[in-house]
Design a protein around this ligand. Sequence first.
Ligand code: OAD
Length: 241
Amino acid sequence: MEAARLLRSSRYAIVFTGAGVSAESGIPTFRGSGGLWRRYRPEDLATPEAFQRDPELVWKWYSWRIRMVLEAEPNLAHKAIARLEEAGLVKAVITQNVDGLHRRAGSRNVIELHGSILRVRCTRCSYRSILAREPGDIPPRCPMCGGLLRPDVVWFGETLPLGELEKAWNEAAKADLVMVVGTSGVVEPAASIPLAVLSHGGSMINVNPEPNRYTGLADVEARMVATRFFRPLLRELGLAR
Ligand code: OAD
């Protein structure tokens, strides 16, 4: 298996993931069949303007998604990525996902480019908190100042958390292999991070049942769902439990 060979011979491999890695945990993706942006308009739900206009509507949608994330379990792909890190074959996981499933699967060096749906922050003061369940009152209010709380995620039109973005670029600069798993690769600046690995001569493995931004650029095209890719990979690397 070419992917196993590339991983074994790499010096510094990183993983870059999108919604597709969590699809088999029952969390819908954004684009493609069953995708959230097929049923909802991002400008109604995932922009600062939408939140200002109707915080209750935005919070209802996020509460539904928070519940889904809390009920979901990491799948074999999340676990395999964590196992590869444990074995020293993967150094970092850069994710666009807000579901926290990589950490729950055991990945340690996780960079969350788009925030976390399980955190809230105050729109007025510096209060931040972690959610163990969806908020009871909608829209939730800050216990410190009474201001509106918002999900600690990146909305359209907002900048990415600077520290995370910097860490991601640093990892990409060090990497000689990037495994891209379950992303369409259309949302910038995130989507350019794997391209940085290619631009300094590194390799790419692209795991996706559909063609995406990286099709034609990757060294290995694994045209399949993530769990189907990772099961034999772990076996071949002698890491299956
Ligand atoms: P998308 O919904 O754009 O793309 C999901 C990708 O996963 C598609 O290319 C699918 O073909 C693929 N896919 C589906 N099922 C899969 C499976 N079982 N295994 C592997 N791949 C599978 O999601 P993202 O690329 O993550 O931004 O979207 C990027 C950003 O757009 C998200 O972070 C979000 C969204 O708007 C923000 O919230 C800021």
